[in-house]
Write a protein that binds this ligand. Structure first.
Ligand code: DOR
Ligand code: ZN
Length: 341
């Protein structure tokens, strides 16, 4: 048996409408709270949008206990007053920076970071964290190098200019990402997904193309996977759990131009437990899953607990999603940890 303080997911895509209704309970079953990504269409750019989205999430929960921690989607046109209002609002916890064109629904993102420096200054003053999708979008840069180039070209100059800005480098995938965060004081941190701990880029091509292993930032070479895994299990409080569970209907994945995103919510906690156990680091799981992130965000630790037992179960081949279906991470595979009630 493994009992943990109830964990939180510091990077989650919940979508909206019928999709939201079909998936939110997988997260609520495992996690007490989650940082909710704002990349809807249209994106969540205003505090009022975030509050309305929060109400839709609460309605979809139908009474299940789960706290959505809302974020705003940063654009070149975000007004300074909106950032001040976000910083002051109890339900808004961060602002997400998508470089325009970097990933799913990022076309309204920031064209050049310099455009929003005045907004970042307000965030640095008020302590509102910036959540960063850390990839350059220059098509001339190799897709596997985009995180490392982003760190050098964007993050390092940003840290020089605004050292006090609180920042989370989301879903790190490279040794450079790990080293960058380790070189920062405690006001910078990173989330780590289950897939970037578990899989290297060979997983995209094993026995044919695997669209359900395609996410952004894309899986990297084995040496990078090992660096990310070591950071996750290290006990360093700058690294914490963020699944980046990002659902797309089966037909949007199994097609030409497959969408990026891995739907891990139905298995995430169980998979992290397997990963930490495999590394002989189960004693570090509670810090990673339930303590480090809450501390970074200045949230109280959860008082309830969750228990997993060592019992095998097979992940379903597919799950209902709106009026269609979705393929979860590890579909059809056996997992060794099971949630207890
Ligand atoms: O793989 C991804 N999917 N990466 C992202 O940054 C966005 C996400 C999504 O929203 O589907
Ligand atoms: Zn994401």
């Amino acid at each position: 048996m493994l009992t943990l303080k109830r964990p939180d997911d510091f990077h989650l895509h919940l979508r909206d409408g019928a999709a939201l209704d079909s998936i939110v309970h997988y997260s609520a079953r495992r996690f007490a709270r989650a940082i909710i990504m704002p990349n809807l269409t249209p994106p969540v750019t205003r505090v009022s949008d975030a509050l309305a989205y929060r109400e839709r999430i609460l309605a979809a929960l139908g009474g299940d206990s789960f706290e959505p921690l809302m974020t705003l989607y940063l654009t070149d046109n975000t007004p300074a007053d909106e950032i001040r209002a976000a910083a002051a609002h109890e339900h808004v916890h961060a602002v997400k920076y998508y470089p325009a064109g970097a990933t799913t629904h990022s076309e309204n993102g920031v064209m050049r970071l310099e455009h929003v420096y005045p907004l970042l200054e307000i965030m640095a003053e008020t302590g509102l964290p910036l959540l960063v999708h850390g990839e350059v979008t220059d098509p001339a840069v190799d897709v596997f190098d985009r995180e490392a180039v982003f760190i050098e070209q964007v993050l390092e100059p940003l840290r020089e200019r605004l050292p006090e800005l609180r920042l989370v480098l989301e879903h790190i995938t490279t040794e450079q990402g790990v080293e960058y965060v380790k070189s920062c004081p405690r006001n910078q941190a990173a989330t780590i997904t289950p897939q970037h701990c578990l899989l290297n880029r060979n997983a995209l091509f094993r026995d044919g193309m695997r669209p359900h292993h395609f996410c952004l930032p894309v899986l990297k070479a084995e040496s990078h996977r090992q660096a990310v895994l070591n950071a996750a299990v290290s006990g360093d409080e700058r690294f914490f759990l963020g699944t980046d569970s990002a659902p797309h209907a089966r037909g949007r994945k199994e097609c030409a131009h497959a969408c990026a995103g891995i739907f891990s919510a139905p298995v995430a906690l169980e998979v992290y437990a397997e990963i930490f156990e495999h590394c002989g680091a189960l004693d570090k799981l509670q810090g990673f899953a339930s303590e480090h992130g809450a501390r970074f965000y200045g949230l109280p630790e959860n008082t309830e607990s969750i228990t997993l037992k060592k019992a095998a179960w097979t992940v379903p081949d597919s799950l209902p999603y709106g009026d269609g279906e979705i393929i979860p991470f590890r579909a059809g595979e056996e997992l060794t940890w099971t949630l207890t009630d």
